[in-house]
Design a protein around this ligand. Sequence first.
Ligand SMILES: Nc1ncnc2c1ncn2[C@@H]1O[C@H](COP(=O)(O)OP(=O)(O)OP(=O)(O)O)[C@@H](O)[C@H]1O
Ligand SMILES: CC(C)(CO)[C@@H](O)C(=O)NCCC(=O)O
Ligand SMILES: [K+]
Length: 258
Amino acid sequence: MLLAIDCGNTNTVFSIWDGEKFLCTLRTSTHHARTADAYFTWFHTLVQHYQIETDITDVIISSTVPRVVFNLRVFADRFFNCRPLVVGKPECLLPHNARVEAGTQVGPDRLVNTAGAFDTHGGDLIVVDFGTATTFDVVDTDGAYVGGVIAPGVNLSLEALHMAAAALPHVDITKPQNVVGMNTVACMQSGIFWGYVGLVREISSRIREERGRPMKVIATGGLAPLFQQDTGLFDAFDEHLTMHGLTVIHKYNKDMAA
Ligand SMILES: Nc1ncnc2c1ncn2[C@@H]1O[C@H](COP(=O)(O)OP(=O)(O)OP(=O)(O)O)[C@@H](O)[C@H]1O
Ligand SMILES: CC(C)(CO)[C@@H](O)C(=O)NCCC(=O)O
Ligand SMILES: [K+]
């Protein structure tokens, strides 16, 4: 059984993959100081709570925060007696190597999304991930990551308004009824929501134009469904894209080692 760990700048997600399906998905906030023992206490409590029979033999990690990898390695070694595969390390092979400028470190989450999206949807894709940052990953015909776009995340943008302007409150994202807001909160929500709809539309269309071919837009991340409603921004929403990508990369490495 595989334990797949997707560690983002805001949240860390653990999923158990039995080879056919995910048995559970557990979420915690990302903290570089969390110890291996603390991970296990949290993990074990939830696995017991959900009464899941686990027999973890393999661990794969994607982390956009380099500092957390040490404790996750200790966690894998101490509790599952295994050496984890870490996406982005030379020993972790990718089904298709990224084609980017020499010396560029592509975020592991973007490499994982690329592998997952290509496996499910084929080539010529734009993958949009609404995480801490909103990223666009361009997946070539053959499945290689060939570049993309990084924009500030939705919640980060709302937080930045609140932090920088004394009179602007903390607000949660929602889809406003109107564009013209008649109170402060509605004005902020409109700016972020409709601004993002425009951002996604413009960037997707410019990517297609630059590459001169039709490309499908696949969205993932917790906020994607909110942006999909009535906007037709995406060809598909794939909630489990990152986790699926981790299983694809794990299987590829197993097959290559066999
Ligand atoms: N309707 C909503 N309003 C506000 N926040 C939401 C809504 N739906 C989901 N979210 C939040 O969106 C976030 C989406 O999670 P996701 O895993 O896609 O990215 P993240 O964890 O924030 O970023 P990262 O992977 O970079 O750490 C979660 O924090 C979730 O609580
Ligand atoms: C852009 C983020 C923060 C999105 O999670 C992550 O993929 C990252 O840290 N990337 C490194 C730079 C790059 O991907 O080009
Ligand atoms: K994410």
